[in-house]
Design a protein around this ligand. Sequence first.
Ligand SMILES: Cc1cc2nc3c(=O)[nH]c(=O)nc-3n(C[C@H](O)[C@H](O)[C@H](O)COP(=O)(O)OP(=O)(O)OC[C@H]3O[C@@H](n4cnc5c(N)ncnc54)[C@H](O)[C@@H]3O)c2cc1C
Length: 427
Amino acid sequence: MKVGIVGGGISGLTAAYILAQNHHEVTVFEKSQELGGLVASFTQKGWQWPLEHFYHHFFSSDQELFDLAKKLKIENKLFFKKPKTSIYLEGKIYRFDNPQSILSFPKLNLFDKFRTGLTTAFLKVNPFWQPLEKITAQKFLQMTMGKKTFKLIWEPLLQSKFGPFAQQIPTSWFWTRIKKRSFALGYFEGGTNTLISSLKTAIEKNGGQVLNNQEVTCLKPTGKKVEITVDQKKQSFDQILATVSPQTLLKITPSLKGESFKKLQSIGSLCLVLELKESFLKDKTYWLNINESSFPFVAVVEHTNYIDKSHYNNEIILYVGGYYPTSHPFFKMNKEEIYRKFLPYLEKINPNFNFKLSTLNFELFTENYAQPVPGLNHSSDLPSIKTSLPGLYWCSLDHVYPEDRGVNYAIKLGKEVANEILKTTEK
Ligand SMILES: Cc1cc2nc3c(=O)[nH]c(=O)nc-3n(C[C@H](O)[C@H](O)[C@H](O)COP(=O)(O)OP(=O)(O)OC[C@H]3O[C@@H](n4cnc5c(N)ncnc54)[C@H](O)[C@@H]3O)c2cc1C
């Protein structure tokens, strides 16, 4: 069977790998120059390891990732560490990643901390997310952890992550973040690119093709086949898997016009990656959550407080990132303009840091479809992996709910849709 895959991100490559292993003729079309989609990497002169455009790490609950790494024989390249996580609140940095640091956090009293601990423990052990999608995270957290904890810790995070949609986020989204996240964080030797290049090699070894710079502009059913248009050239496939956003799928597939998934909401993301001469977060914090809704970004991530700087020519890597509706003016700005917008806020975090003297280079990465925005009772709005067009399958960030988007769930989805396509050959 001839299968065309639109998108060389994790889900597309995983599906292609499984289908190629099962002796199907697979072609992956990726519009960008690099493979990987949201985990794509870049490199600079003198770096040994490529670096993700957007900060990435894995969790100890990422079973699908471990299984795939084992199959690709790269499990020995995956390592875990416990880097420091902190929050920035009212002009100060507080460590916030273990029971001692949370107990000594001065902004909450013992009763608030007890309620927070109890709610977190409940969410960790509770396997039932369905009742939780009927209540907003805002209401649930105010009720369980208390209004003060919500205002200080969670409201700014919901605000900066979801902006105008913050008040509609169901507790099920919060549940999966608490349940699946671990303090120990995983990374591949050589970065996530190790996973991407191993997948590519495995697909090609099994006879598949992985093509870069190939933007699919049209998907059209023709008889029993589906036709793909790339560079005005048409090619026919027995089955197609599209791994793109709902908006892109509708744009390139005119015959899907009336589909209900038009209603799905999402936001974009933007990351400024600074290459510095000296450390910015001197207390060795890797991940700094910004709990100030007036700041234009939600996280400052000093990658080299987690992964040794020797892999990056001894440069310090600092990500500054946020989430924004795609209509936000940031998406029209260039990297210098964003740098100038962010700089005064970075200077508030570390007033002694001299960016002029320390900045070697900086890059800007943007993505329109970075985070689905769930609403109450979201499970009833979920799209299916089978579209209404025979032979056209679809998987995206929107398909992994109640999980939050993540590499582990993109792998799971890629496997699921490949198995669905394989079933059609058994009939
Ligand atoms: C800021 C940020 C931080 C994240 N951090 C983490 C993390 O720490 N840990 C974690 O596990 N996950 C993280 N994620 C999530 C993770 O990156 C994604 O869940 C995962 O990579 C999604 O893979 P995918 O294949 O579903 O989609 P994508 O990666 O979006 O792949 C889709 C591919 O389709 C291509 N494409 C689109 N249109 C076309 C077209 N017309 N023709 C051809 N190709 C096309 C795109 O270029 C892309 O390569 C993060 C995401 C973001 C945005």
